[in-house]
Design a protein. Structure first.
Length: 206
C-alpha cells in the first residue's frame, strides 16, 4: 500500500501537477451481480444473483493531481432482490467492498476540465446472501449464511468534471481458501467535496 501511494505521488510530481487532497463520497448501482458462497457440506446450490436493485454508498478520499490520483473508498451495499433462481432459499444480499484505486486523467477526481479517463483497483469485499432469512428446508439441510470475504479487483472507464466522476465498471473477486467468488457490472458516481466547493465559489463570484 505504501509503495502504491508513493508511486502516485511520484507520477503526480513527474507530470508537473501539485499534489492535492480530496474527500467526499461515492454511490454505485450494480446493474448485475452474482455471488457464489463458500463450499459446505449441505449439497445445496451456492449461487445467488440480482439485477438493477443493488445500491451502495460510502466515503472516499483522494490524493494526487489532475492527471493521476490514488483513492481509498469503502461502501455498504444491499441487493434488494438477490436470490437463487435454481434453488430458492431466501432473499436479499449485503456487500461491503473496500477498494484502493489508481485513477487516470478525467477520473482522477482532481480535474477542473471535463475529460474521459479510467481506473484500476483492488481490495476486499465481504458479502452475505439470503439476507432476509433462509427458508426452513435450506436451514434444516445445514445451509448457513455468514459474511464471507473475497479478494476483488475493479476496472472502470468514464468521465470526470470539476470534482464529479461518473464511470461504468466491472468488479470480480474470489477467495482461494473458501472457494467463494463474486462478479458485478455497474455504474458509479464519485463526489470530491473540496473540488466541487471550489467550482461553486468561483461561480458565485461571476
Amino acid at each position: 500500500m505504501k509503495k502504491l501511494i508513493f508511486l502516485t505521488l511520484f507520477l503526480a510530481t513527474t507530470l508537473n501537477v501539485s499534489a492535492q487532497f480530496g474527500y467526499g463520497f461515492t454511490v454505485s448501482n450494480d446493474i448485475y451481480q452474482r455471488y457464489t458462497n463458500p463450499k459446505d457440506n449441505s449439497g445445496e446450490y451456492r449461487g445467488s444473483g440480482s439485477a438493477i436493485l443493488n445500491f451502495a454508498v460510502g466515503p472516499k478520499i483522494w490524493i494526487g493531481g489532475q492527471n493521476v490520483s490514488f483513492s481509498l473508498e469503502a461502501q455498504a451495499g444491499i441487493g434488494l432482490l438477490s436470490l437463487a433462481v435454481k434453488d430458492y432459499k431466501g432473499l436479499g444480499a449485503a456487500y461491503f467492498p473496500i477498494l484502493a484505486k489508481l485513477n487516470f486523467n478525467g477520473l482522477s477526481g482532481m480535474d477542473k476540465e471535463g475529460r474521459q479517463g479510467w481506473y484500476i483497483g483492488g481490495g476486499l469485499q465481504y458479502f452475505k446472501t439470503e439476507l432476509y432469512g433462509l427458508n426452513d428446508k435450506a436451514e434444516n439441510n445445514g445451509v448457513k449464511r455468514d459474511y464471507y470475504p473475497t479478494y476483488i479487483s475493479q476496472i472502470g472507464y468514464g468521465f470526470g468534471l470539476s470534482g464529479f466522476v461518473g464511470s461504468g465498471f466491472i468488479r470480480a473477486g474470489l477467495h482461494p481458501d473458501n472457494k467463494s467468488n463474486f462478479f458485478a457490472i455497474g455504474i458509479q458516481a464519485d463526489f470530491n467535496r473540496p473540488m466541487l466547493k471550489k467550482i461553486a465559489n468561483a461561480a458565485s463570484q461571476l
